[in-house]
Design a protein around this ligand. Structure first.
Ligand code: IPM
Ligand code: MG
Length: 393
């Protein structure tokens, strides 16, 4: 019996609903395998801040750092919930964990499952076959344009004094001037790019031609930080002679991503570019309701659906729980590799098969995929499929 401690942070809005479905998957695993999960729920986020005056209870960051083997986060963000300093309330949770636990890679798989329509042309017109969209985007997660916001959040999460941005003057600018530094380091880039190449080795190449390829997406024609990012990419790439590389500027990439997604296998990019590009990329996989992610470092990780709190759907039991189920799938894959536990790796595969079977049957889908099933019903049906497959193994 292997036991793992999992922290569940439901957060705000629909994050709370999908966290229930994530938990359903974890419970299904413990009921049908030798793997046990000890689950601790931690209330947090902007709504929690408005109600209690705290983003999360004291000691929560330390629990995630020192006690939890893995973390699931629903979503952070509540309309009007900002801290007195202007930062997003709940930022201590999502950004504090990213920076405070040094989770340097935000890993966002973009895969179009059989039975799901991508959303490029209007509502439900299909252009690509599912097998043409299967890539993983790695977004740098600790520096870049988010750096000062991340530092403020992680200092707050750890009870440290507010992080101060270094003073820089812009005497040529007029009126009020606000400045978000965008530092990019060779260390931060190197470890991100290395993880990209390592992930590439576990995949079967780009859908187009099966070529294993890592694409470096930057804006190195104009920014110094991106020039360093690309130079560092090249030096890491030298250690992987069997993996092809290519390059794109972020602006042009947004066209290629939507025109020829089949070209891409693994993509590495900086923080803000990755934030924007992965929302766009989710359109290729049927929308945000399908997009799971992992915030991954060397020792810790948290997993979250990319869709955010979606306040207008909150409390309606309506949103697609599959992004969260896919995030739990990633959690199992990460835990399995970290602990050399093949049973958990098998569970990760079985979750993927259960999601895939549910989607290709195409019967009970949430509104975003053209159906009218509820969030909890889809969660139930996938959990039932998972239970059946696990109990037969
Ligand atoms: C994401 C979100 C976050 C980000 C917000 C909620 C701080 O958009 O995970 O992509 O900007 O990184
Ligand atoms: Mg985002």
């Amino acid at each position: 019996m292997s036991d793992y401690r999992i922290a569940i942070l439901p957060g705000d809005g629909t994050g709370r609903e999908v966290a229930l479905e994530a938990r359903k998957i974890l419970d299904t695993i413990s009921q049908n395998t030798n793997i046990g999960f000890e689950i601790t729920e931690i209330a947090c986020g902007g709504q929690n801040y408005q109600q209690t005056g705290e983003e999360w209870a004291e000691g929560s960051f330390e629990f995630c750092r020192d006690e939890a083997d893995a973390i699931f986060l629903g979503a952070i963000g509540h309309p009007g919930a900002y801290l007195p300093n202007g930062d997003l309330a709940g930022g201590s949770v999502i950004l504090g964990l990213r920076s405070g636990l040094d989770l340097y890679a935000n890993v966002r798989p973009v895969k179009l499952f059989d039975g799901v329509m991508h959303k490029v042309h209007g509502k439900f017109r299909q252009i690509w076959e599912p097998e043409m969209v299967d890539m993983t985007i790695l977004r740098e997660n600790t520096e870049g344009l988010y750096h000062s916001l991340l530092k403020r959040a992680s200092n707050r999460a750890q009870g440290m004094p507010e992080y101060a941005i270094p003073d820089v003057e812009f005497p040529d600018l007029k009126g009020e001037v606000v400045y978000d530094p965008r530092p990019i380091s060779s260390h931060g880039t190197e470890r991100l790019v290395k993880m990209g190449f390592e992930i590439c080795q576990t995949r079967s190449g780009a859908p187009l031609d099966g070529t294993s390829r890592v694409s470096c997406i930057d804006k190195s024609n104009v920014t110094r930080g991106c020039q360093l990012f690309r130079r560092t990419f090249d030096s890491v790439a030298n250690n992987y002679p069997n993996i092809a590389t290519d390059y794109g500027y972020i602006d042009a990439f947004t066209q290629w991503l939507t025109r020829t997604p089949e070209h891409y296998d693994v993509v590495v990019t900086s923080n803000m570019f990755g934030d924007i590009a992965t929302d766009l990329a989710s359109v290729l996989q049927g929308g945000m309701g399908m997009a799971g992610s992992g915030n991954i470092g060397d020792d810790h990780a948290f997993f979250e659906p990319v869709h955010g709190s979606a306040p207008k759907y909150a409390g309606m039991n309506k949103v697609n729980p599959i992004a969260s189920v896919n995030s739990i799938q990633m959690m199992m894959d990460w835990l399995g590799r970290k602990h050399g536990n093949t049973e958990i790796l098998d569970v990760a595969n079985t979750i993927e098969q259960s999601v895939s079977a549910h989607l290709s049957e195409g019967k009970q889908l949430t509104y975003d995929l053209g159906g009218d099933a509820s969030c909890s019903l889809v969660g139930d049906l996938i959990a039932q499929r998972l239970a059946k497959s696990l109990s037969e193994q």
